[in-house]
Design a binder for this molecule. Sequence first.
Ligand SMILES: Cc1cc2nc3c(=O)[nH]c(=O)nc-3n(C[C@H](O)[C@H](O)[C@H](O)COP(=O)(O)O)c2cc1C
Length: 273
Amino acid sequence: MHIDHVCRAIWSFITRLSEGARRLFLRGVAELVKRNDVAALYHYATMIEEHAYMDSPDVAWPGFFKQYDCLDHVELPKPPEQSGVDVFSAIRLRRSRRSYSSEPLDLHEVSAVLYHAAGIRGWDGDWPLRVYPSAGGLQPVEVYLAADRIDGVERGLYHYNPLNHSLCLLRNGRYMDTLSAIALGQDHVAKAPAALVMTAVYSRTASKYAARSYRYVHLDAGTVVQNVYLAAEAMGLATVVVGAFYDEELCRLLGIDCYNEIPVAIMPIGKRL
Ligand SMILES: Cc1cc2nc3c(=O)[nH]c(=O)nc-3n(C[C@H](O)[C@H](O)[C@H](O)COP(=O)(O)O)c2cc1C
């Protein structure tokens, strides 16, 4: 979260008020600060109004895709085009499921989930089009995969590369216990054969929408989360979105800075019991 953007948004908001309204607002701010209600302050300061902060974002465009030096690559099989479950049924039957079979996932399931979560559905010239909607089409969501028991896949932490629908191995090792500890000790996370971790490259969205981006990246990521739920439902898998986690520990695990790129959700996933 770019704190300088928020300060500028708040300042821009204050300078647009009349003298009387400004006095009232500042009294309100003092009250919000006293109550530690930074969320209310942020919401007021990032409302869309004429001549607002949105004219002058100064964040450099970081590009649509993160590229890593990978220890190894896993080519994912072509994702299926149909599941046999219609979308209304998937929406109606979706549940947060926290029990997983001890059986491993297979690569076709992983491929189907990752593609339908955040894959590329086409191109408009050199502008990628994704399976999830995104404010300004700026596509801030990145997906990582902690793989513990996936047939044919080494245990480790991977980054999903939507450009060639592959996994890039960042680090070998077992991460489910670590993820469970990061998720405030939630047991079900440790028992899953794999987990997706969604982050948002805040600077992608902030390069256009400045401070308002903190609202948008979570909306974007929420649509990816629902894609995972529905894809899991269509394939009879179990998943749940986990929003309770220690931010800094998760950033350290992923090797991200918690500033330009922020963690949004963990989704353990596996076959159903
Ligand atoms: C933003 C968000 C954060 C959540 N965090 C957690 C979590 O940390 N752990 C968990 O087990 N479930 C978590 N959930 C799942 C909710 O508990 C679940 O969606 C809710 O109980 C409704 O159940 P349903 O999804 O089966 O309809 C979260 C859901 C959302 C939308």
